[in-house]
Design a protein around this ligand. Structure first.
Ligand code: GLC
Length: 500
């Protein structure tokens, strides 16, 4: 399959020139990408064996969701040793080989930095209790809630005190006001930079520093604009996260990382990410990910996000339903055009390039918060386990027989080949997106001499073109036709046109 295909000449050179602005970063959820040893769990040698595919696809970088030692309460986001590779993923040597091989192919490697909390099994929790946030109890000191529901305070049976956890109780929050925590984490960052890492995605940045006085979150006047459990939406989350003193933590990371890019997962509406961008290279545009598939909603999210000046575009990841499941299978191709033509860094979650849909939860569920569906394994071929493993997959693939990389690579009209063409084309597109007025249910924007036109409606729509513009990409062959006053685009289709 794609493993044998040759990447476009000079692609590696073109890739290395873009970092991080303009890069396509491919998110790998290591447990579900490729198993190399038949234990049913993805691993580093498995990822390495698929680098030729990623090179063929043309991505600039890979982001590995956590690969560190973890008791897996949150599948790696509960780290018990920030410098150790989880044994089921491989060895230090496997990591070095992966980085070296990726670099040889012009692909950068981004690690996930989970720094707002650790696993409760991290030795620090017992050896350095002062690294965490405590209250005497027995009642919680405030009304803060954990992101996965329930109180953010749990009793520690050993000390009899309450500890703070913004996520699962197995993930106690670190106290970033403690200079020794900051020094320890700076050491972690320097360690991985020394191992050749090219960038970091920083987990849950907005949870790193909380109100020093532990004040209650007041009742919300309007619900939080991004999805979260109902009970949290009733509160105005101003003290349990997003402290004005966040700079204290961010400055430490920035200094330790030097000029290695930092991309933050700031789970806040984009209007609130500016203080983070003073230290980070980019922050994810969750406003876009959570926008309805509606021209006006998308346009507004893009405008707000672009105005922040430093977003990384993202339409799916390992936490939320996939594009095909959220925005509809009929829209996956148009959504690919949107993600990859906006400019700036774009994050592409594994399997999206195949148009994968979510599966249901495993029985019993693997993730207690219900995220199994979007974490189903990559579908490499049409076999029962989709080529993901020679063993018994930890989560079953969804539908490898009807959707897989092998067959899509061989089919010029596939979603996969559309992604590949888009990634190649985006190198030629520059300039900020400027919205152009267009008929209802269409979203049209110019970037320099390129015009991107997306028809979100069911029926055909005609979009005006500048003088001399011709179609350079369409979501499917024959999806658009030249008409006297522009281009007629089928429902759910999109085109990119160019002048000259
Ligand atoms: C981030 C991760 C998510 C994880 C959480 C706690 O939101 O993307 O998967 O559960 O942080 O670390």
């Amino acid at each position: 399959m794609a493993r044998g295909l040759e990447p476009a000449a000079s692609a590696a050179a073109a890739r290395s020139a873009r970092w991080p602005g303009g890069a396509v970063v491919y998110e790998i959820y290591p447990r579900s990408f490729q198993d190399g040893d038949g234990d049913g769990i993805g691993d580093l040698p498995g990822i390495r064996s698929r680098l030729p595919y990623l090179e063929w696809l043309g991505v600039d970088a890979i982001w590995l969701a956590p690969i560190y030692a973890s008791p897996l309460a949150d599948y790696g986001y509960d780290v018990s040793d920030h410098r150790a590779i989880a044994p089921e993923y491989g060895t230090d040597r496997d990591f070095d080989l992966l980085v070296a091989d990726a670099h040889d192919r012009g692909i950068r490697v981004v690690l996930d930095l989970v720094v707002s909390h650790t696993s409760i099994e991290h030795p620090w929790f017992r050896e350095r209790p002062d690294f965490y946030v405590w209250a005497d109890g027995p009642e919680p000191p405030n009304n803060w809630l954990a992101s996965f529901g329930g109180p953010a305070w749990s009793p520690d049976p050993v000390s009899g005190r309450l500890y703070l956890h913004s996520f699962y109780p197995e993930q106690p929050d670190l106290d970033w006001r403690n200079p020794e925590v900051r020094a320890a984490m700076a050491g972690v960052v320097r360690h991985w930079v020394g191992r050749g890492v090219d960038g970091f995605r920083i987990d849950a940045v907005d949870r790193m520093v909380k109100d020093a006085g532990l004040r209650d979150d007041p009742p919300a006047e309007a619900p939080f604009p991004l999805p979260m459990p109902e009970e949290l939406r009733k509160l105005d989350l101003i003290h349990s996260r997003d402290s004005p003193e966040i700079a204290l933590a961010l400055a430490t990371l920035r200094e330790a990382a030097g000029d290695v890019p930092l991309i933050g997962e700031v789970y806040l509406p984009v209007a609130r990410i500016l203080p983070y961008l003073e230290y980070l290279d980019a922050a994810f545009a969750f406003d876009l990910l959570h926008a309805d598939w509606d021209a006006e909603h998308l346009a507004a999210a893009i405008e707000r996000s672009s105005a922040a000046g430093g977003v990384a575009w993202v339409t799916s990841n390992h936490d939320f339903p996939r594009v095909a499941t959220r925005w509809g299978e009929e829209n996956t191709r148009a959504a690919a055009v949107l993600l990859l033509t906006l400019g700036d860094t774009a994050f592409l979650y594994q399997g999206e390039e195949l148009g994968m849909v979510d599966g249901g939860p495993a029985d019993p569920p693997r993730d207690r918060f219900g995220r199994d569906g979007c974490r189903r394994p990559m579908q490499w071929d049409g076999s029962h386990a989709g080529g993901f493993t020679a063993g018994d997959p930890w989560l079953a693939p969804v539908d490898p027989e009807s959707r897989n990389a092998d067959s899509e690579a061989a089919d010029e009209g596939s979603v996969l080949n559309l992604f590949r063409r888009l990634i190649e084309l985006r190198r030629e597109i520059d300039g900020a997106p400027v919205r152009v007025s267009s008929p209802a249910n269409t979203l049209v924007f110019d970037r320099g001499r390129h015009r991107v036109a997306i028809n979100l409606g069911d029926g055909p729509a005609t979009v005006a073109l500048p003088e001399g513009a011709t179609v350079v990409l369409e979501t499917a062959a024959g999806a658009a036709r030249a008409v006297t006053d522009g281009v007629e685009i089928d429902g759910h289709a999109a085109v990119v046109t160019r002048i000259g």
